[in-house]
Design a protein around this ligand. Structure first.
Ligand code: 5GP
Ligand code: MG
Length: 194
């Protein structure tokens, strides 16, 4: 079900971004193909259920937009805002910047995040939603950086397993930049090592 990204397929970044990005790790085409596959899997698993999709701000913007367009299911959408304070590449204290508004009691919840790294974010958000007594919570992430896992959590649906590299694009940021890139690229360490 999960796919790893063969590094041999890694492409050079577009010329104007080469000083900032090492490479393109996952192309636009690979992203779109894989997101459609995830949607098909989710459709099969949630057929006949009244689904509440909960997307974490802000890194999921592109992923959730593409995923929802491919999801042919009755569903409702809500967002939770979390921020791991600071503008760097190391996540710190977690604060909630937006709470859920939909009632998820006895509902099936699909929790969507951009990337599963140490797992601390997903663990904290799951605990928060669990208090609202949903029927079940399933998790879906675009990227899975398993090498860095600290918390005991895994994604029910994961787009790509990626190595321990700091990535940006397709919604993912570094200091709020790069979210608009249509691909996932590897940020050069010089960019944050300063
Ligand atoms: P965790 O709590 O699992 O360590 O981290 C999850 C959050 O950290 C993600 O939602 C994401 O915001 C951020 N994060 C982790 N790894 C990366 C990365 O490689 N690039 C970016 N842009 N954010 C990351
Ligand atoms: Mg995030």
């Amino acid at each position: 079900m999960k796919k790893s990204v063969p590094l041999s397929l890694v492409r050079r970044a577009p010329p104007h971004l080469r000083q900032e990005l090492e490479c393109v790790l996952i192309s636009r085409t690979q992203l779109h193909r894989r997101v459609r596959e995830l949607a098909q899997q989710i459709e099969r698993d949630f057929a006949g259920r009244d689904l509440v999709v909960v997307s974490l701000l802000s890194g999921t913007i592109m992923f959730i937009a593409d995923l929802l367009r491919s999801l042919n299911l009755p569903l409702r959408l809500d967002f939770i805002g979390v921020s791991s304070y600071g503008g760097g590449t190391v996540s710190r204290e977690l604060t909630f910047t937006k709470e859920l508004r939909l009632d998820v009691r006895d509902r099936d919840v699909l929790l969507v995040d951009d990337i599963l790294d140490t797992g601390k974010t997903l663990t904290a958000v799951i605990a928060r939603i669990q208090k609202l007594r949903p029927r079940q919570i399933k998790t879906c992430v675009l990227l899975d950086k398993r090498a860095r896992r600290v918390a005991n959590v895994q994604a029910d649906y994961a787009g790509f397993d990626i190595p321990d590299l700091f990535v940006v694009g397709y919604g993912l940021d570094y200091a709020e930049r790069y979210r608009n890139l249509p691909f996932v690229g590897v940020l050069r360490p010089e960019m944050y090592g300063k």
